[in-house]
Design a protein around this ligand. Structure first.
Ligand code: 1CP
Length: 356
C-alpha cells in the first residue's frame, strides 16, 4: 500500500515539531495512551488475550483509535508491544495479568543463542504492518500514526532476564561475563529492528519511536558501548534503507528511559535522532541548556502527577511546557500512563498543554 493512497493529514503539529518547525499549538501524545486506564480497552481485553489483540489488525487498529476518539491528542501510536521481536526470533512470550511479560525459556548463556532464529520480518511481523495500514485508513487523516520498537539492549535484557526486573542483574552480568556474545546478540536484534522499522514505514508509519526503556541499568560506559552504538546504527541504517527504496524519510524519536545526563547529551549531540524523549527525572531547563539548540525534546510529566487535582495537573503541564518552550517540543508523560489513572486527569493534561 503506497502512502499517497492514504487520506490527507489534517493535523501535522507533531511532524512539524519533530522537524523543528514552528507550530500553532504544542503537540501532545501519551505513552501507552491505548491501555488499561480506558474502560473501552478493558472491554476488549476481557474478550481477547494481549497478543491476540496485537496479532489481529482489526482489534489492534480499534484499540489504537480508542484514545483518539476520546481525547484531543495530536498523534496515535500503533497498538503492539516491544516483545513481538523476541517472539519473532523464536522465544515464547506470555503476558501474565498483574505481572507483565514473562519469557519462560530465556537465553541463559551463549550456547543458548542457537535457539534464536533470524525472522523474515515482512512475513512474521506482517500483522503489525497490516494493523498500521488499516489504522492509517481508519484515522482518516485526523492525526499522524507513530510506529515503534524496543531498542536492542532493552530487548536483550528481557530475553536474558526472562521478564521485568528491578535490577536486570542476569542481563547486566552478560555484559561483563560475555562481552563478545553480548555484542553478537545485540547485533542480531539490531538487524531485526532495522527491517521491522523499514517495514512499518512502508506500511504507513509517519514517525518512529525507539524505546530504550532499560537505559537506567547502564552507566555511561555501558550505555555508549551496548546501547548508543546500536541506537545509532538503527537510525542510520533505517534512513539509508528508506533512501535506497525511494521512500520518504520519517522523523525518529529515541526514548532512553533512565539514561544519565551524560549519556543523554551524547545521544542528543550525535544528531542521530530528531527527537529525544526524556523521563520525568530530567529538568527541562537543564535539558535545554545541555542538549543543544537543534534537538527536539519530548516529555516528561511524571505519570504519577496525574493523581493530583485537575487544576494542579493543568498548572503543572502548562509550567512544564513553558520551561521546554513552544518550538522543538512534543509534550508527553515521562513514561507510560499508569493503569488506574483517572480519565479526567488525561483531559486536564491535554487542556493544560493546548492552553499555551
Ligand atoms: O494486559 C495488558 O493489557 C498489558 C498492558 C500492556 C499494554 C497496554 C503491555 C504489557 N503492553 C501494552 C501496550 C504497549 N507496550 C504499547 C502500546 C501503544 C501505546 O503506547 O498506546 C507500547 C508502546 C508498549 C511498549 C512497551 N512494552 C515498552 C516500552 C515502553 C515502556 O513502558 O518503557 C516496554 C518496556 C514493554 C514491555 C511491557 N509490556 C507490558 C508491560 C506491563 C511491560 C513492562 C514490563 C516490565 O518490564 O515490568
Amino acid at each position: 500500500m503506497e502512502q499517497t493512497e492514504f487520506p490527507p493529514l489534517k493535523n501535522d503539529f507533531i511532524l512539524k515539531a519533530a522537524k523543528g518547525e514552528p507550530v500553532e499549538r504544542i503537540p501532545i501524545w501519551i505513552m501507552r495512551q491505548a491501555g488499561r486506564y480506558l474502560p473501552e480497552f478493558q472491554e476488549i481485553r476481557s474478550k481477547h488475550d494481549f497478543f491476540s489483540v496485537c496479532q489481529t489488525p482489526a482489534l489492534a487498529s480499534e484499540v489504537t483509535l480508542q484514545p483518539i476518539k476520546r481525547f484531543d491528542l495530536d498523534a496515535s501510536i500503533i497498538f503492539s508491544d516491544i516483545l513481538v521481536i523476541p517472539q519473532a526470533m523464536g522465544l515464547t512470550v506470555e503476558m501474565v495479568p498483574g505481572t507483565g511479560p514473562v519469557l519462560p525459556q530465556p537465553i541463559k548463556d551463549p550456547t543458548d543463542l542457537v535457539r534464536l532464529v533470524q525472522p523474515n520480518v515482512e512475513k512474521d511481523l506482517k500483522y503489525v504492518g497490516d494493523a498500521i495500514t488499516l489504522t492509517r485508513h481508519k484515522l482518516e487523516g485526523k492525526v499522524p500514526l507513530i510506529g515503534f520498537t524496543g531498542a536492542a539492549w532493552t530487548l536483550m535484557s528481557y530475553m536474558i532476564q526472562g521478564g521485568g526486573s528491578s535490577t536486570m542483574t542476569k542481563a547486566r552480568e552478560w555484559l561483563y561475563k560475555y562481552p563478545e556474545d553480548s555484542h553478537k546478540l545485540l547485533q542480531l536484534i539490531t538487524n531485526v529492528i532495522i527491517d521491522y522499522l523499514v517495514m512499518q514505514v512502508k506500511a504507513g508509519a509517519q514517525l518512529l519511536q525507539v524505546f530504550e526503556s532499560h537505559s537506567d541499568f547502564l552507566n555511561d560506559e555501558l550505555f555508549e558501548n551496548y546501547s548508543f552504538k546500536y541506537l545509532k546504527e538503527i537510525s542510520e541504517k533505517v534512513r539509508q534503507r528508506l533512501k535506497e527504496e525511494n521512500i520518504p524519510e520519517v522523523p525518529m524519536i529515541a526514548f532512553p528511559k533512565g539514561a544519565t545526563m551524560n549519556s543523554l547529551e551524547i545521544l542528543a549531540k550525535s544528531k542521530t535522532y530528531e527527537v529525544l524523549g526524556l523521563d520525568w527525572t530530567v529538568d527541562p531547563i537543564e535539558a535545554r541548556k545541555r542538549f543543544g539548540s537543534d534537538i527536539v525534546l519530548q516529555g516528561n510529566l511524571d505519570p504519577c502527577a496525574l493523581y493530583a487535582s485537575e487544576q494542579e495537573i493543568i498548572d503543572r503541564s502548562r509550567n512544564m511546557a513553558m520551561m521546554f518552550g513552544k518550538t522543538r517540543y512534543i509534550a508527553n508523560l515521562g513514561h507510560g500512563i499508569q493503569p488506574n489513572t483517572p480519565i479526567a486527569s488525561v483531559t486536564a493534561l491535554i487542556k493544560g498543554i493546548h492552553s499555551i
